[in-house]
Design a protein around this ligand. Structure first.
Ligand code: GUN
Length: 287
């Protein structure tokens, strides 16, 4: 079997069109655009690029973008005061604090201070609890994007065997909860999992989110499985720089029914699901 290559960029563009319509309808109804606040502390170049692209995308879709760039030496008190201000600001529907924060700052305290109604990153412990309890809340962006791609490929996921490799709070854990809510039978695997190849080989759905270049081998994949690769690692081969995922893409493409490429698969979905969450947060706060 040669896999269908899932075009995350095209899917995200289509989703963006629908979000722009939703944002325009929100503005018509309320007299203001949905607002997203993004907070960056320090000047990590990769984080600066992410933050800039989030602001650009928000504006492109007709939302208001509030960008707060603070120096690396910002104190916890200053950052907490900014979060309190954003929580109280009626024009702000979503708050995202770009991670990682500099080492001297307490990330958990910052995340816990965000109003869960504005937690568009889905990182607040209450957001995680809502998801685990099957209650409406905001779901972290990357797993939400993965789920959208899976449903687009497979329709109903009910009864399928899924494996999530990686147990981070940002991706692995919410991904497993989302698949469980779709009636998948979910295995959560991680760095200490025994017989990983065998477990991956039983899965109809593989979500790889460990951040280790090509650790999931093509011949582990079950014939006809759907593979979602969240990993992005930079590697240098024969003097050339490449971006690769957690899955050996070329070999897995010979076994899978459908697979996301890196880049161009999950990546473009993450920013678009952030916009989706901002729109949802805006409507929920108005109702
Ligand atoms: N840094 C890398 N990915 C993310 C993300 O999804 N959210 C936040 N807040 N920071 C990140």
């Amino acid at each position: 079997m040669t896999a269908h290559i899932i075009d995350g960029k095209a899917f995200a563009a289509g989703l963006g069109d629908r979000i722009a319509e939703g944002a325009a309808a929100f503005a018509d109804r309320t007299g203001r655009a949905p607002g997203l606040a993004v907070v960056l502390v320090g000047s990590d170049p990769a984080s600066e690029i992410y933050v800039r692209s989030k602001g650009l995308m928000a504006r492109k879709l007709g939302m208001e973008s509030f960008e707060h760039t603070l120096p690396a030496e910002t104190t916890q008190d200053t950052l907490m005061a900014l979060i309190a201000e954003l929580n109280a600001n009626e024009a702000v529907d979503g708050i995202l604090v770009q991670l990682p924060l500099p080492d001297h700052l307490d990330s958990l305290q910052v995340i816990e201070a965000i109003d869960p109604a504005k937690d568009v990153d889905g990182l607040h412990p209450l957001s995680a609890g809502y998801l685990a309890s099957g209650l409406p809340g905001l779901v972290s962006c990357t797993p939400l994007g993965c789920l959208m791609l899976l449903k687009d490929q497979l329709g109903s996921l009910s009864g399928l065997d899924a494996i999530v490799v990686g147990r981070s709070i940002l991706v692995g854990k919410p991904m497993a909860q989302l698949l469980l809510a779709e009636n998948c039978t979910v295995t959560m695997a991680h760095s200490r999992t025994a017989d990983l190849a065998e477990k991956v080989g039983k899965a109809d759905i593989v979500v790889a989110a460990v951040g280790r270049a090509e650790m999931i081998k093509g011949d582990w994949i079950k014939d006809g499985a759907t593979v979602i690769d969240v990993g992005t690692s930079r590697v240098i081969r024969d003097g050339q720089k490449y971006l690769v995922g957690d899955v050996d893409f070329a070999a897995a493409s010979e076994k899978a029914r459908a697979i996301t490429p890196v880049p161009g698969g999950v990546g473009p979905m993450t920013i678009m699901t952030l916009m989706h969450n901002t729109l949802i947060a805006a409507y929920r706060r108005k109702n």
